[in-house]
Design a protein around this ligand. Structure first.
Ligand code: UTP
Length: 289
C-alpha cells in the first residue's frame, strides 16, 4: 500500500495563543511571511502527496481562502511586471488538491481525525498537525516517515527525544529499538508524570496511520482534558497490529505555543535570504536595557 493522502487537523481552539486566536486561526499566523499551514502543505507536497484534507471549524475560512485564486491581485501583479510575486501567488493555488471538511465542534484531535474518514477511505494516510512545523531543507520529515512506512507497511508515529523534564507535555512511546531510529511501539502513554514515563520519545505532530483507526475512534470516548484523544485510539491500534515509531531528523517547532512560535520566527528569519544578515546584526546588537 502507498500513502497518497494527507490530513491536516486545523479546527482546534488555540487557547494557548489567546487573545489572537479569538479571531485569527493559529494555523494562519505567519512565520516571517508565510502562514504556518503553508509550510506544512509544502512539506506534504515535497513528500510526494498531492491530495490534502484540511479539517476546519468556526472562524477558519481564512485558511482555505489562502489557497484560492485572487484574480484582481494576479492581474495587478501582471500589469506591474511583478513576475516573481505573481508566480509565488499562483504557486500557492497550484501546489496541491486541497479539500476541506468541518469539525462542527472542537471535541479533540481524535475526533478531528475521525472527520477524515470519508476522504481517506480504506488506505493508509498521513496526519500532520496544523501548528507543527519541521525544518529539514534536504529531506522533509514526512518523506522520511513514508520511507519507513514503505518498509514496514504499518502505522508510523513521528517521534523525537525530548528532555526528560518535558515528558509530561507529550504522548510518550514505550518500545524497543528495531533498527537505526526505528522503534517498535508496545504502548503509548499520554502526558505521563516524569517518574512514570517509559522513555523520552515524544510523539511530535506527524503520523502515518492505517485506516483501521477509524473504527477504533468511533468507539473512543473522552479522555484527557475531556477530549477524544488520538493517542487513546492509537494505543488501541498498537494492541491490534504492529506499529512503529520513527525518530525523524529535523528541527521541530510547536508554533501553537508562544515560545515555539517565537523560536520559529527568529530561526526562519535567520534563514531567509535577503533578511538574514541584517536580522542577525539586529539580534547581536539588541539591548533592551
Ligand atoms: P492542540 O493540541 O494544539 O489543541 O491541537 P488546540 O485546541 O488547537 O490548542 P490549545 O492547546 O488550546 O492551545 C493540535 C492540532 O490539532 C487541531 C488543532 O487545530 C491543531 O492544529 N485540533 C485540535 C483539531 O483540529 N480539532 C480539535 O478538536 C483539537
Amino acid at each position: 500500500m502507498e500513502v497518497k493522502k494527507a490530513v491536516i487537523p486545523a479546527a482546534g481552539l488555540g487557547t494557548r495563543f489567546l487573545p489572537v486566536t479569538k479571531s485569527v486561526p493559529k494555523e494562519i499566523l505567519p512565520i516571517v511571511d508565510k502562514p504556518t499551514i503553508q509550510y506544512i502543505i509544502e512539506e506534504i507536497v515535497a513528500s510526494g502527496i498531492e491530495d490534502i484534507l484540511i479539517i476546519t471549524g468556526r472562524n477558519k475560512e481564512i485558511i482555505i481562502n489562502h489557497f484560492d485564486q485572487v484574480p484582481e491581485l494576479e492581474f495587478n501583479l501582471k500589469i506591474k511586471g511583478k513576475n516573481a510575486e505573481l508566480k509565488m501567488v499562483q504557486d500557492i493555488t497550484d501546489m496541491a488538491n486541497i479539500f476541506t471538511v468541518r469539525q462542527g465542534e472542537a471535541k479533540g484531535l481524535g475526533h478531528a481525525v475521525l472527520c477524515a474518514k470519508e476522504f481517506v477511505g480504506d488506505e493508509p494516510f498521513a496526519v500532520i498537525l496544523g501548528d507543527d512545523i519541521v525544518y529539514n531543507h534536504d529531506n522533509p520529515a514526512l518523506k522520511q516517515m513514508i520511507r519507513v512506512f514503505n518498509e514496514h507497511q504499518t502505522s508510523v508515529l513521528g517521534v523525537q527525544t525530548v528532555p526528560h523534564e518535558d515528558v509530561s507535555k507529550y504522548g510518550i512511546v514505550q518500545g524497543k529499538e528495531l533498527s537505526d531510529y526505528v522503534y517498535s511501539v508496545e504502548d503509548l502513554v499520554e502526558k505521563p508524570s516524569i517518574e512514570d514515563a517509559p522513555s523520552d520519545l515524544a510523539i511530535l505532530g506527524r503520523y502515518i496511520i492505517t485506516p483501521d483507526i477509524f473504527e477504533i475512534l468511533e468507539h473512543t470516548g473522552k479522555g484527557a482534558g475531556g477530549e477524544i484523544q488520538l493517542t487513546d485510539g492509537l494505543r488501541r491500534l498498537a494492541k491490534r497490529q504492529k506499529m512503529v515509531a520513527y525518530d525523524f531528523a529535523g528541527r521541530r517547532y510547536d508554533v501553537g505555543d508562544k515560545l515555539g512560535f517565537l523560536e520559529a520566527t527568529v530561526e526562519y528569519g535567520l534563514r531567509t535570504p535577503g533578511l538574514e544578515t541584517k536580522f542577525k546584526e539586529y539580534l547581536k546588537n539588541l539591548d533592551l536595557s
